[in-house]
Design a protein around this ligand. Sequence first.
Ligand code: ZN
Length: 320
Amino acid sequence: MLVKDRGKSIRIRKLEVMQRRVIKLHPKYLIMEDELSGRLAGHFGEQSNDYFLKPFRNFSVMHDLRLTAHESYFQIDTLLLSPRYLLNLEVKYITGTLIFDHLNQVIRVKDDGSEEAFRNPIFQVKRQQSHLIEWMTKNRTPPIPVRSLVVMSNPRTIIKALPSNKDVLHYITHSPYLQEKIKVIDKMYTDEKLTIKEVNKLSKMLVRHHVPENPDLLKRYGIEDKDIIKGVYCTECFYLPVVRKKAVWLCPKCLHKSKDLHLYSLSDYVLLFGKSITNKQLCEFLCLSSRHIGKRLLNDMNLPHTGGKKGRVYTLPDPY
Ligand SMILES: [Zn+2]
């Protein structure tokens, strides 16, 4: 049973808006695009892995959980809940070869032969597991064993380790073998620690405590207002900016016409700057020729607002 689905993270959605709206000459543009493509590969890797979870209908499945630990947060890609144990899955889409050496270092050898140090995913899942156990103790949930696995979602990733490295065998699996691995783990935990009702209660509690990540990427990449391309973009061909003629948006490139295109660009605004907006800010962001048009668009959206007629602040809806 799917309890919590995954969508594209706020971080990916912000990066997509930045790819569209930050000037290409910005010194950090390529680094930002690199981050986006890496995170999209991870996202699609996690999604493709969901296919291998389909046979496990008796588990409650939660994706993309972010919970507090001490002053910080920990994240879990996929959590399977059963009355006998919980299974934490960290999905990795990696190209090339991963070598686990005798010093617990992980080296990634890319297809071109170059090497780079890689964060040890086994340490990562062990840390998540102890954070999760701590979290459950703190929230007084009934004790239940937790297991963790690193799932390699790219079937072409090669794992190399010394035969003495038991951790690799214990913690790492390729997604096509995940079912077999879960069957083995299943046989190890035969005692029911929770009732179905308690499992449901625990999953509801986890959903309630989930804190979506909302990083300030403009600050991190040093992007200023002047680096952002303004205007309304075309949802068909992504051309920016489209023109407004007789209260209709018209894309000069693909000739797509719509009355509502500004709503998608305001969704970009929310991801870049947050939900509060004044008419002046709206006019500047959408490149409107008069504040009367801005006022009309804001009125049509029927948004909650504060303040008098001058300098009124509107609250935009959540991004699409
Ligand atoms: Zn277009």
